[in-house]
Write a protein that binds this ligand. Sequence first.
Ligand SMILES: Cc1ncc(COP(=O)(O)O)c(C=O)c1O
Length: 352
Amino acid sequence: MIGYKIKFNGIDRLYNDYSWRLTLRAKSVWQSGDVLQGQYLSELEKQIAKKYKRKYAVGVGSATDGLYFAMKAVGLTENSTIICPVFSYVATAGAIKRLGAEIHFVDTDSNGNIGDWQGYGLPNGVVYVNMFGNPAAYQRLKNYCDSHHIPLIEDAAQSQGASYGQLPSGAMGDISVFSFDPMKNMPSFGGGGMVLTDRKEVYDRIRSLRRHGISGKDTYGYNSLISEDHANQLLLLLKKFDRLQRMRDKVCKRYRKNMPEVQMVCNSPGTNSSNHKLVILVDRRDELKAYLDTKGIETKIHYSKTLDTKNIGKYPNAERLCAKALSLPIYPHLKNKEVDYICANIKEFLHV
Ligand SMILES: Cc1ncc(COP(=O)(O)O)c(C=O)c1O
């Protein structure tokens, strides 16, 4: 269906909310002529490190690059074995593949977070995801990694704004990686990522990798930065982030209040979700998706297959999610009447 009444992603509405300020911020950079490697990215790194209780933050071109650099920076190589949940966006495993390391995929719990990873032999590192913005079992992961002296890497692409107890996502790993992809909670109008750590040598290495090895010991590196216009806009969105999260939380609450009969993915006790995605679990998922389409409601499937498609049948929890999960529109500027309209249509279809 072309021209949805309710689109899945709301970055256009975010722009409209702050349009003149966002435009001015980009324009002032273009007019200055300092469009790359300038003051705004440095300032953004400083402010993000502070907000998420980290010593260092490094802006990179995407979270995918950030995950790859993170693994390289802690010494993981093509000879390493790395644990990774089997249910995620392909980039999580893609970054490990790019390194050339072996992946030990792990099934999830019923909400899509990493399940029991032990019994796979000792890995050289763990990459995990706070799926849909719901924090995974961080303390158990940390205890495991600390006791075996292996690095824990938090793929926080979906969980900026979430917390585990008092600890914010972004601080739940030796290295954590945010994404500013246009679908994310703090989206940039040009994508981007941020790597956070407390380790100086990791910080130095990632700064070197992101810019052709220029500032470090690497002979070669990559070209992976956030441009100054986008960094300057992200500084505004960082200032507004808590407000935007409160608006997003309200949307989530309304969905839950409207549809208590419908099963939804949820976060564990003691955690706060970033409410990145609102995911319902239904039997006739594909039919419901097509039905909502006819009503002008755009939905998405996260994800239709696991990351280990060669071993179908090995991951019952993840495969159940692949068959049943449907992501509904959720963003700060979604209106009450739109949420009500979406819920009414779902309930009509399900006869609940
Ligand atoms: C869990 C997860 N990891 C990694 C990524 C990659 O992020 P980016 O698009 O910034 O490379 C995404 C983005 O969709 C994601 O959802």
